[in-house]
Design a protein around this ligand. Structure first.
Ligand SMILES: Cc1ncc(COP(=O)(O)O)c(CN[C@H](CF)CCC(=O)O)c1O
Length: 364
Protein backbone atom coordinates (compact mmCIF):
# COMPACT_ATOMS: atom_id res chain seq x y z
CA UNK A 1 0.00 0.00 0.00
CA UNK A 2 3.04 2.24 -0.26
CA UNK A 3 2.96 3.35 3.39
CA UNK A 4 6.24 3.64 5.33
CA UNK A 5 6.06 3.21 9.10
CA UNK A 6 7.98 5.13 11.74
CA UNK A 7 5.37 3.96 14.23
CA UNK A 8 6.52 3.16 17.78
CA UNK A 9 3.73 0.60 18.16
CA UNK A 10 5.13 -2.20 16.05
CA UNK A 11 7.74 -4.93 16.21
CA UNK A 12 9.67 -6.25 13.22
CA UNK A 13 7.55 -9.23 12.18
CA UNK A 14 9.95 -10.10 9.33
CA UNK A 15 12.38 -11.44 11.94
CA UNK A 16 9.90 -13.48 13.98
CA UNK A 17 10.79 -17.25 14.03
CA UNK A 18 7.33 -18.57 13.09
CA UNK A 19 8.76 -22.01 12.24
CA UNK A 20 10.05 -22.41 15.82
CA UNK A 21 6.83 -20.93 17.18
CA UNK A 22 4.79 -23.55 15.31
CA UNK A 23 7.02 -26.36 16.64
CA UNK A 24 6.38 -25.07 20.16
CA UNK A 25 2.66 -24.84 19.41
CA UNK A 26 2.70 -28.50 18.30
CA UNK A 27 4.36 -29.43 21.62
CA UNK A 28 1.74 -27.41 23.50
CA UNK A 29 -1.07 -29.28 21.73
CA UNK A 30 0.56 -32.68 22.30
CA UNK A 31 1.44 -32.19 25.96
CA UNK A 32 -1.46 -30.06 27.26
CA UNK A 33 -4.68 -31.43 25.77
CA UNK A 34 -6.01 -31.70 29.34
CA UNK A 35 -5.51 -28.02 30.15
CA UNK A 36 -6.65 -26.90 26.71
CA UNK A 37 -9.95 -28.70 27.30
CA UNK A 38 -10.70 -26.98 30.60
CA UNK A 39 -10.60 -23.62 32.39
CA UNK A 40 -6.96 -22.92 33.32
CA UNK A 41 -5.71 -21.14 36.45
CA UNK A 42 -7.15 -17.55 36.47
CA UNK A 43 -3.65 -16.09 36.76
CA UNK A 44 -2.37 -18.21 33.87
CA UNK A 45 -0.57 -21.60 33.90
CA UNK A 46 1.76 -22.04 36.88
CA UNK A 47 4.47 -23.50 34.61
CA UNK A 48 4.52 -20.29 32.53
CA UNK A 49 4.44 -18.11 35.67
CA UNK A 50 7.44 -20.06 36.97
CA UNK A 51 9.28 -19.32 33.73
CA UNK A 52 8.32 -15.64 33.72
CA UNK A 53 9.42 -15.18 37.36
CA UNK A 54 12.76 -16.77 36.45
CA UNK A 55 13.41 -14.55 33.39
CA UNK A 56 12.38 -11.28 35.08
CA UNK A 57 14.58 -12.17 38.06
CA UNK A 58 17.53 -12.72 35.72
CA UNK A 59 16.94 -9.77 33.38
CA UNK A 60 15.29 -7.18 35.66
CA UNK A 61 16.11 -8.23 39.21
CA UNK A 62 12.39 -8.59 39.93
CA UNK A 63 12.01 -10.73 43.06
CA UNK A 64 8.70 -12.60 43.19
CA UNK A 65 7.03 -15.97 43.61
CA UNK A 66 5.12 -17.33 40.59
CA UNK A 67 1.99 -17.02 42.74
CA UNK A 68 2.38 -13.22 42.59
CA UNK A 69 2.24 -13.13 38.77
CA UNK A 70 -1.04 -12.43 36.96
CA UNK A 71 -1.00 -12.99 33.19
CA UNK A 72 -3.51 -11.12 31.00
CA UNK A 73 -4.35 -10.21 27.41
CA UNK A 74 -2.57 -6.86 27.38
CA UNK A 75 -1.31 -4.39 29.98
CA UNK A 76 -4.44 -2.23 29.69
CA UNK A 77 -6.64 -5.16 30.76
CA UNK A 78 -4.35 -5.97 33.69
CA UNK A 79 -4.35 -2.35 34.86
CA UNK A 80 -8.15 -2.25 34.54
CA UNK A 81 -8.47 -5.44 36.62
CA UNK A 82 -5.98 -4.14 39.20
CA UNK A 83 -7.70 -0.77 39.60
CA UNK A 84 -11.17 -2.38 39.89
CA UNK A 85 -9.91 -3.85 43.16
CA UNK A 86 -9.11 -0.45 44.70
CA UNK A 87 -11.86 0.68 47.10
CA UNK A 88 -12.50 4.37 47.92
CA UNK A 89 -11.14 5.63 44.56
CA UNK A 90 -7.45 6.42 45.19
CA UNK A 91 -5.99 9.51 43.52
CA UNK A 92 -3.78 8.52 40.58
CA UNK A 93 -0.72 10.35 39.23
CA UNK A 94 1.08 9.65 35.96
CA UNK A 95 3.77 11.14 33.75
CA UNK A 96 2.90 13.92 31.27
CA UNK A 97 3.83 13.43 28.44
CA UNK A 98 2.82 9.84 29.04
CA UNK A 99 0.79 6.87 27.96
CA UNK A 100 -2.52 8.32 26.84
CA UNK A 101 -4.20 4.89 26.69
CA UNK A 102 -3.73 4.45 30.46
CA UNK A 103 -4.81 8.04 31.10
CA UNK A 104 -8.05 7.53 29.12
CA UNK A 105 -8.68 4.11 30.69
CA UNK A 106 -8.31 5.46 34.23
CA UNK A 107 -10.38 8.59 33.54
CA UNK A 108 -13.11 6.37 32.06
CA UNK A 109 -13.05 4.41 35.32
CA UNK A 110 -13.88 7.70 37.09
CA UNK A 111 -10.54 7.99 38.85
CA UNK A 112 -9.10 11.39 39.73
CA UNK A 113 -6.00 11.26 37.48
CA UNK A 114 -3.31 13.91 37.94
CA UNK A 115 -0.82 14.34 35.06
CA UNK A 116 2.59 15.37 36.42
CA UNK A 117 5.46 17.09 34.63
CA UNK A 118 8.85 15.49 34.03
CA UNK A 119 12.30 16.89 34.78
CA UNK A 120 15.73 15.61 33.69
CA UNK A 121 15.40 12.54 35.92
CA UNK A 122 11.84 11.54 35.01
CA UNK A 123 8.66 12.31 36.93
CA UNK A 124 9.10 15.49 38.99
CA UNK A 125 9.37 14.75 42.72
CA UNK A 126 7.83 18.01 43.96
CA UNK A 127 4.79 17.41 41.75
CA UNK A 128 4.53 13.85 43.11
CA UNK A 129 4.56 15.12 46.69
CA UNK A 130 2.04 17.90 46.10
CA UNK A 131 -0.24 15.66 43.99
CA UNK A 132 -1.71 13.83 47.06
CA UNK A 133 -1.77 10.71 44.84
CA UNK A 134 -1.88 7.16 46.26
CA UNK A 135 -1.20 5.37 42.99
CA UNK A 136 1.73 6.53 40.88
CA UNK A 137 2.27 5.18 37.35
CA UNK A 138 5.85 5.46 36.05
CA UNK A 139 8.02 4.06 33.21
CA UNK A 140 11.48 4.27 34.84
CA UNK A 141 13.32 1.95 32.46
CA UNK A 142 12.59 4.06 29.36
CA UNK A 143 10.17 6.92 30.01
CA UNK A 144 7.29 6.70 27.58
CA UNK A 145 7.52 8.60 25.23
CA UNK A 146 10.61 10.78 25.99
CA UNK A 147 12.91 7.77 26.55
CA UNK A 148 14.51 9.10 29.75
CA UNK A 149 16.08 6.39 31.93
CA UNK A 150 15.27 7.23 35.56
CA UNK A 151 18.47 7.42 37.65
CA UNK A 152 18.76 5.43 40.87
CA UNK A 153 18.54 8.66 42.94
CA UNK A 154 15.04 9.41 41.67
CA UNK A 155 14.01 5.76 42.12
CA UNK A 156 15.06 5.91 45.78
CA UNK A 157 13.10 9.17 46.20
CA UNK A 158 9.98 7.49 44.77
CA UNK A 159 10.38 4.44 47.01
CA UNK A 160 10.75 6.68 50.07
CA UNK A 161 7.63 8.55 48.97
CA UNK A 162 5.74 5.24 48.71
CA UNK A 163 6.44 4.36 52.36
CA UNK A 164 5.36 7.72 53.85
CA UNK A 165 1.73 6.68 54.23
CA UNK A 166 0.06 3.26 54.28
CA UNK A 167 -1.96 3.06 51.06
CA UNK A 168 0.56 4.28 48.49
CA UNK A 169 1.61 2.18 45.50
CA UNK A 170 3.88 2.64 42.49
CA UNK A 171 2.97 0.90 39.22
CA UNK A 172 6.23 0.27 37.35
CA UNK A 173 5.47 -0.19 33.66
CA UNK A 174 8.56 -1.91 32.27
CA UNK A 175 7.18 -2.19 28.72
CA UNK A 176 10.27 -2.35 26.48
CA UNK A 177 13.05 -2.90 29.00
CA UNK A 178 14.49 -5.87 27.11
CA UNK A 179 16.00 -3.53 24.51
CA UNK A 180 19.12 -1.71 25.74
CA UNK A 181 21.99 -0.81 23.39
CA UNK A 182 25.54 -0.03 24.60
CA UNK A 183 24.35 0.71 28.17
CA UNK A 184 23.49 -2.21 30.44
CA UNK A 185 20.14 -2.32 32.20
CA UNK A 186 19.45 -0.54 35.47
CA UNK A 187 17.61 -3.03 37.71
CA UNK A 188 13.87 -2.53 38.08
CA UNK A 189 12.30 -0.26 40.70
CA UNK A 190 10.65 -3.42 42.07
CA UNK A 191 14.07 -4.91 42.79
CA UNK A 192 14.84 -1.99 45.14
CA UNK A 193 11.47 -2.09 46.90
CA UNK A 194 11.62 -3.47 50.46
CA UNK A 195 8.09 -2.48 51.49
CA UNK A 196 5.89 -4.28 48.94
CA UNK A 197 4.86 -0.94 47.40
CA UNK A 198 5.75 -1.63 43.74
CA UNK A 199 3.40 -3.33 41.27
CA UNK A 200 5.49 -4.42 38.29
CA UNK A 201 4.02 -4.84 34.78
CA UNK A 202 5.71 -6.35 31.72
CA UNK A 203 4.65 -7.43 28.25
CA UNK A 204 5.64 -9.75 25.40
CA UNK A 205 4.29 -7.23 22.87
CA UNK A 206 7.66 -5.65 22.21
CA UNK A 207 9.90 -8.73 22.32
CA UNK A 208 7.49 -11.06 20.50
CA UNK A 209 4.42 -9.68 18.67
CA UNK A 210 1.92 -6.99 19.75
CA UNK A 211 -0.79 -9.28 18.35
CA UNK A 212 0.09 -12.07 20.77
CA UNK A 213 -1.63 -10.14 23.58
CA UNK A 214 0.34 -11.70 26.45
CA UNK A 215 1.34 -9.38 29.30
CA UNK A 216 1.78 -9.84 33.05
CA UNK A 217 1.90 -8.04 36.37
CA UNK A 218 3.59 -8.89 39.68
CA UNK A 219 1.47 -8.09 42.74
CA UNK A 220 2.86 -7.64 46.27
CA UNK A 221 1.33 -10.27 48.61
CA UNK A 222 -1.23 -8.01 50.30
CA UNK A 223 -2.42 -6.62 46.95
CA UNK A 224 -2.54 -10.20 45.59
CA UNK A 225 -4.89 -11.24 48.43
CA UNK A 226 -7.22 -8.30 47.71
CA UNK A 227 -7.01 -9.03 43.96
CA UNK A 228 -7.90 -12.72 44.41
CA UNK A 229 -10.80 -11.85 46.72
CA UNK A 230 -12.27 -9.28 44.34
CA UNK A 231 -11.68 -11.31 41.15
CA UNK A 232 -12.58 -14.74 42.54
CA UNK A 233 -14.77 -15.39 39.47
CA UNK A 234 -12.56 -13.78 36.82
CA UNK A 235 -11.14 -16.25 34.27
CA UNK A 236 -7.79 -15.98 32.50
CA UNK A 237 -8.41 -13.86 29.38
CA UNK A 238 -5.26 -14.73 27.42
CA UNK A 239 -5.42 -17.53 24.86
CA UNK A 240 -4.33 -20.77 26.60
CA UNK A 241 -2.75 -22.26 23.47
CA UNK A 242 -0.60 -19.12 23.11
CA UNK A 243 0.38 -19.35 26.80
CA UNK A 244 1.51 -22.99 26.60
CA UNK A 245 3.26 -22.30 23.27
CA UNK A 246 5.05 -19.31 24.83
CA UNK A 247 6.17 -21.58 27.68
CA UNK A 248 7.91 -23.96 25.22
CA UNK A 249 9.25 -21.04 23.17
CA UNK A 250 10.99 -19.66 26.26
CA UNK A 251 12.09 -23.02 27.74
CA UNK A 252 13.61 -24.10 24.39
CA UNK A 253 15.94 -21.06 24.45
CA UNK A 254 14.27 -19.59 21.34
CA UNK A 255 13.07 -16.56 23.30
CA UNK A 256 16.54 -15.61 24.58
CA UNK A 257 17.98 -16.17 21.10
CA UNK A 258 15.24 -14.03 19.54
CA UNK A 259 15.86 -11.14 21.96
CA UNK A 260 19.62 -11.22 21.26
CA UNK A 261 18.97 -11.23 17.51
CA UNK A 262 16.40 -8.40 17.75
CA UNK A 263 18.66 -6.31 20.02
CA UNK A 264 21.39 -6.45 17.40
CA UNK A 265 18.96 -5.82 14.52
CA UNK A 266 17.26 -2.87 16.20
CA UNK A 267 20.55 -1.35 17.35
CA UNK A 268 21.90 -1.37 13.79
CA UNK A 269 18.73 0.22 12.35
CA UNK A 270 18.58 2.79 15.13
CA UNK A 271 22.20 3.83 14.53
CA UNK A 272 21.67 4.13 10.77
CA UNK A 273 18.45 6.14 11.14
CA UNK A 274 20.05 8.58 13.60
CA UNK A 275 23.08 8.97 11.35
CA UNK A 276 20.96 9.73 8.27
CA UNK A 277 18.72 12.13 10.21
CA UNK A 278 21.71 14.09 11.48
CA UNK A 279 23.28 14.13 8.03
CA UNK A 280 20.13 15.41 6.35
CA UNK A 281 18.86 17.84 9.03
CA UNK A 282 22.26 18.90 10.43
CA UNK A 283 21.64 21.23 13.38
CA UNK A 284 17.91 21.44 12.62
CA UNK A 285 17.39 18.19 14.49
CA UNK A 286 18.12 17.28 18.12
CA UNK A 287 17.91 13.57 18.95
CA UNK A 288 17.18 12.33 22.49
CA UNK A 289 19.88 9.72 22.03
CA UNK A 290 18.89 7.26 24.76
CA UNK A 291 20.24 3.88 23.59
CA UNK A 292 17.12 1.86 24.49
CA UNK A 293 13.72 0.69 23.31
CA UNK A 294 12.10 0.74 19.88
CA UNK A 295 11.70 4.49 19.43
CA UNK A 296 13.45 7.76 20.15
CA UNK A 297 12.37 11.39 20.44
CA UNK A 298 13.59 13.79 17.74
CA UNK A 299 13.11 17.57 17.95
CA UNK A 300 13.02 19.36 14.59
CA UNK A 301 13.37 23.09 13.99
CA UNK A 302 10.33 24.31 12.09
CA UNK A 303 7.63 26.97 12.36
CA UNK A 304 4.98 24.57 11.07
CA UNK A 305 2.51 23.39 13.71
CA UNK A 306 1.69 19.78 14.65
CA UNK A 307 -1.53 19.63 12.64
CA UNK A 308 0.25 20.70 9.44
CA UNK A 309 3.06 18.20 9.94
CA UNK A 310 0.62 15.38 10.70
CA UNK A 311 -1.48 16.28 7.63
CA UNK A 312 1.57 16.30 5.36
CA UNK A 313 2.85 13.01 6.80
CA UNK A 314 -0.49 11.36 6.02
CA UNK A 315 -0.40 12.75 2.47
CA UNK A 316 3.13 11.40 2.06
CA UNK A 317 1.95 8.00 3.43
CA UNK A 318 4.38 8.17 6.32
CA UNK A 319 3.02 6.79 9.60
CA UNK A 320 4.55 8.82 12.40
CA UNK A 321 3.31 10.20 15.75
CA UNK A 322 4.03 13.58 17.25
CA UNK A 323 4.34 14.55 20.91
CA UNK A 324 0.70 15.70 20.75
CA UNK A 325 -0.39 12.08 21.10
CA UNK A 326 1.24 11.88 24.53
CA UNK A 327 0.47 15.28 26.01
CA UNK A 328 -2.17 14.51 28.64
CA UNK A 329 -3.05 17.95 29.98
CA UNK A 330 -0.18 20.41 29.69
CA UNK A 331 -0.17 21.09 25.96
CA UNK A 332 3.12 22.95 26.00
CA UNK A 333 4.59 23.86 22.63
CA UNK A 334 8.09 25.31 22.39
CA UNK A 335 8.27 28.02 19.71
CA UNK A 336 9.90 27.04 16.43
CA UNK A 337 10.33 23.29 17.14
CA UNK A 338 8.23 20.11 17.05
CA UNK A 339 8.86 16.78 18.75
CA UNK A 340 8.27 13.56 16.82
CA UNK A 341 8.41 9.99 18.17
CA UNK A 342 10.54 7.99 15.74
CA UNK A 343 9.82 4.24 15.88
CA UNK A 344 12.38 2.13 14.03
CA UNK A 345 11.08 -1.43 14.49
CA UNK A 346 9.33 -1.80 11.13
CA UNK A 347 11.37 0.29 8.71
CA UNK A 348 13.71 -1.67 6.43
CA UNK A 349 17.31 -0.56 6.43
CA UNK A 350 17.22 0.15 2.70
CA UNK A 351 14.16 2.41 3.16
CA UNK A 352 15.98 4.73 5.58
CA UNK A 353 17.45 7.27 3.10
CA UNK A 354 14.11 7.76 1.27
CA UNK A 355 12.23 7.95 4.55
CA UNK A 356 14.56 10.62 5.90
CA UNK A 357 14.13 12.54 2.62
CA UNK A 358 10.34 12.22 2.92
CA UNK A 359 10.51 13.49 6.51
CA UNK A 360 12.64 16.41 5.35
CA UNK A 361 10.11 17.58 2.78
CA UNK A 362 7.25 17.12 5.27
CA UNK A 363 8.97 19.35 7.82
CA UNK A 364 10.50 21.96 5.52
C1 LIG B 1 3.85 2.67 27.94
C2 LIG B 1 3.39 1.32 27.44
N1 LIG B 1 3.14 0.34 28.35
C3 LIG B 1 2.76 -0.89 27.96
C4 LIG B 1 2.62 -1.20 26.62
C5 LIG B 1 2.29 -2.62 26.22
O1 LIG B 1 0.95 -2.78 26.16
P1 LIG B 1 0.38 -4.24 25.89
O2 LIG B 1 0.75 -4.59 24.47
O3 LIG B 1 -1.09 -4.09 26.08
O4 LIG B 1 1.01 -5.17 26.89
C6 LIG B 1 2.83 -0.20 25.65
C7 LIG B 1 2.66 -0.54 24.21
N2 LIG B 1 2.33 0.65 23.45
C8 LIG B 1 1.21 0.45 22.54
C9 LIG B 1 1.77 -0.22 21.30
F1 LIG B 1 3.02 0.18 21.09
C10 LIG B 1 0.49 1.73 22.17
C11 LIG B 1 1.36 2.97 22.25
C12 LIG B 1 0.49 4.19 21.98
O5 LIG B 1 -0.73 4.09 22.14
O6 LIG B 1 1.07 5.25 21.65
C13 LIG B 1 3.23 1.09 26.06
O7 LIG B 1 3.44 2.07 25.17
Amino acid sequence: DGWISLSHMTSDISMFPFKEWLKCQQKAITNHKEELSEIIHPQGPLLLRNTISRIIALSRGVMCEPEQIVIGAGTQLLIKQLMEVQKNKPIIAMEDPGYSRFYTLLKNMDFDVRSLKLDGKGINMKEVESSKANFLFVTPSHQFPTGKIMPISRRIQLLNWSTQTSNRYIVEDDYDSEFKYETDNIPSLQSLDRNQRVIYTGTFSKTMLPGLRVSYMVLPPDMLRKYRQHHADLMQNSNSLALFTLYYFIESGEYAKHIRRMNHHYEMKRKELIKQLELRFEDNVKIEDVPAGLHFLAQFKTYKDYETIEERAKKEKLEIYSMRRFMLTNKYKEEGVIDLIIGFATIKREQIPDTVEKLHCIIN
